[in-house]
Ligand binder design. Structure first.
Ligand SMILES: *[C@@H]1O[C@H](CO)[C@@H](O)[C@H](O)[C@H]1NC(C)=O
Ligand SMILES: *[C@@H]1O[C@H](CO)[C@@H](O)[C@H](O)[C@H]1NC(C)=O
Ligand SMILES: *[C@@H]1O[C@H](CO)[C@@H](O)[C@H](O)[C@H]1NC(C)=O
Length: 313
């Protein structure tokens, strides 16, 4: 079935319209990037271990910041200023979640909600935040386990959220035993990263394989969290999960500029009841079309089955 792949390619095409614009790259970094920890010594240390609380936005972002800086040298051959580092997709996506209110408690049962409470908290009741945990903790800890972070595997530990602690792995060894397939795929990515002969395309392939594997590992575990959202937002979450599979198959290059462009097309706030693309009045034309396209891609996928290994171009 070529239709869904074609849709994915059209959507991805729309994300690269204005690549010719000149950018000051630091303007594209996620919110609070500059203020977030950028090295292990910026975190607390206890009994010789670095303690990271991934339920606070700057601390989770800091894991990405360390990962991006520790891998920068491997991307120098592609472009200056780390712009072509394909790991940018992860922190930029997390920044979009933060900016659009998706890391808050959707049920508003706790004070981790953006209207009244702590703006920097990350709620474990947020479906987006829980899914993202496995796209931050696993790549980060796998990098530690792959010896590219400059510390050993037993030197870092993540703090659990207040409840449902058993759903989250907290250090290199427990993540390896709970999510062996995904941790291995990240490890393969980091191994190829260190090989001078690896091409940009190869690296994208291994990155997306690990990314999709993580989402597949945990989707079912957190699916019920979608109940706390409006129907349009819950549908968008499900669509996004399915559509990322197509974006992965098309090997979207998750560099700094490309991801930034891509995210301009995504919903700039949480969806509420009554939101119906392409008629959402406070969304841009592009945001409306893309949301419609993402929903259609999901419906077609649902009706026809899994993505085929097609590529654009
Ligand atoms: C880019 O932005 C940063 C931070 O706003 C600023 O310090 C720097 O001078 C800018 N660089 C250029 C080339 O405009
Ligand atoms: C990793 O976490 C597990 C479970 O919490 C614990 O038993 C183990 O000692 C930890 N390992 C390291 C190296 O911190
Ligand atoms: C997916 O298919 C099922 C069964 O055919 C249907 O009930 C459901 O509404 C579909 N979902 C979407 C998003 O199209």
């Amino acid at each position: 079935m070529a239709f869904p792949s074609l849709w994915a390619c059209l959507l991805i095409g729309c994300f690269s319209v204005s690549l010719a614009e000149a950018y000051n790259l630091s303007d594209l970094y996620p919110p609070l990037w500059k203020e977030s920890p950028g090295q292990f010594s910026d975190y607390r240390v206890k009994n010789g271990k670095y303690i990271i609380n991934p339920w606070v936005y700057p601390e989770r972002l800091g894991m990405y910041k360390i990962l991006l800086s520790q891998t920068a040298s491997y991307f120098e051959k592609f472009a200056p200023e780390n712009e072509q580092n394909i790991l940018w997709g992860l922190p930029l996506q997390h920044g979009w979640q933060y900016t659009t209110g998706r890391l808050a408690d959707p049920s508003q049962r706790t004070d981790c909600d953006y209207d009244s409470g702590d703006r920097l908290c990350i709620s474990e009741d947020s479906w987006w935040a829980d899914m993202n945990y496995f796209l931050s903790a696993l790549p980060f800890l796998a990098a530690v386990g792959s010896d590219i972070m400059g510390i050993s595997s037993d030197q870092v530990i993540l703090l659990p959220p207040p409840k449902d602690q058993t759903k989250f792995c907290l250090n290199v060894s427990t993540c390896q035993s709970s999510f062996p397939k995904t941790m291995r795929k990240w490890n393969v990515f980091y191994q190829h990263l260190q090989l001078p002969s690896s091409s940009f395309e190869d690296l994208l392939k291994y990155l997306w394989a690990a990314h999709v594997s993580a989402l597949e590992d945990v989707y079912k575990i957190f699916e019920d969290r979608l109940q706390d959202y409006s129907k349009p937002e819950a549908d968008f979450g499900k669509s996004w999960y399915v559509d990322v599979g197509y974006i992965a198959t098309a090997k979207f290059p998750t560099t700094l500029i490309r991801t930034h462009e891509f995210q301009k097309c995504l919903p700039p706030r949480m969806l509420v009841n009554g939101d119906r693309a392409p008629y959402i009045s406070d969304f841009t034309k592009l945001q409306n079309i893309v949301l419609l396209g993402l929903n259609i891609l999901h419906e077609v996928d649902n009706a026809t089955g899994k993505p085929k290994a097609n590529e654009c171009n």
